[in-house]
Design a protein around this ligand. Sequence first.
Ligand code: ATP
Ligand code: MG
Length: 416
Amino acid sequence: MGSPLSKFMQPISEETFNHKDHEEHKELDEKLIWHKMGQGGGYSTTSTIRAIYGSVSFEKASNLHAGLCAAKSGRRGGSGARCCAASPLTMAFPQLVLKNGETPAFDPFVHSVVQTALEDCMTAAPVFETDFPGLPLKARGKVRDIYDLGEHLLIVATDRISAYDVIMPTAIPDKGRILTTISSFWFRALAEVVENHLVATEVENFPEQCKPYAKALADRSMLVTKAEPLPVECIVRGYLSGSGWRDYRSDGSVCGIKLAEGLLESARLESPIFTPSTKAEKGSHDENIDFDTLCHQVGTDLAEQLRDLSLALYEKGAAMAGQRGIIVADTKFEFGLVGGKLTLIDEILTPDSSRFWPADRYQPGRSQQSFDKQYLRDYLDQCGWDRTPPAPVLPDEVVRNTRTRYLEALERLTKS
Ligand SMILES: Nc1ncnc2c1ncn2[C@@H]1O[C@H](COP(=O)(O)OP(=O)(O)OP(=O)(O)O)[C@@H](O)[C@H]1O
Ligand SMILES: [Mg+2]
């Protein structure tokens, strides 16, 4: 399947076809045709599930099978009638028909059970922290573990999530893989704007010492050129939100840039603005600074380059995201020096470094529904946490909803 989601599935097990119930249902199962794929061949239940959602392990496929049967018999008055997995699947997905042309009635209840079951079986255990003996750990950031491989760094995105600069005790399954996929998409798409640090994303192209960890590293790691990071965050805002909105409300300006009067929350700015901030040490918060302060810190030449490149990256990225129905309200870039040359580093245009809003629901004058961490921040605000560690354990529902938002951002941004 071409869906960007398909790589977030569990690997298939060799045993899949030994499922004892399989024989029993084989005949009917094999009559399933996956029409949407435009292929006329018969598919077994398992391969149908795989065709829809990628691979699932034997164990999970069999749990799913049992869950589907239970859902169906529950729906049918608890008759306990034996059923084959093909039936609930066909009841859940109108695209599936039997070879004899029968189309079982679409059942929204079974559909929702199937969706939940599939989501559950797709979800891999979250990775809170990595540890690869033999690879020298340089640092653990809030989200990523960084290994020093000499000329290169290996940046491994874990599933940790932070809010208000505090790491949550609960990780979001697949988040690191989603972020890495989004970031590498943008590094490639925006490569002509400025040199970036990306060297490789495929483990087979990593140094030999990484190979024993290929499975754990897959999809969540990047080999990058080691840079000397500049101590600033290069933020670009196209819309008024977050700390920009807060600053504007207090004195009508953001980072020393005076804005028009009477702007509403989430208003689109006449043109995007560059609003740098300090890069705070662990445990403290970044602070917005004005352009003069930036010039003072890194020199006028470099400050101007940072501003111009950040604006150029934002404009191109936001235009591409816009074509895919996503507004990039604001975003943060980091730069470093590689042999004296300015280079884009870290991650770019991910839901962790940006505010992403669905364009079709955009409405100034209020905060926006978003594909980013805002959902988690809102949850944390309403549960009364005071933003100092430790953060509360996140309920399953918040984990699931957060994951769904990250996946949706990935799918929207990177689908061709
Ligand atoms: N090419 C690079 N060379 C050197 N450091 C890099 C490079 N790319 C990213 N980094 C650094 O790696 C770290 C990424 O980890 P993560 O984003 O989890 O950290 P963080 O908690 O946000 O930390 P920080 O507050 O320092 O950004 C950042 O400190 C970033 O500056
Ligand atoms: Mg970071």
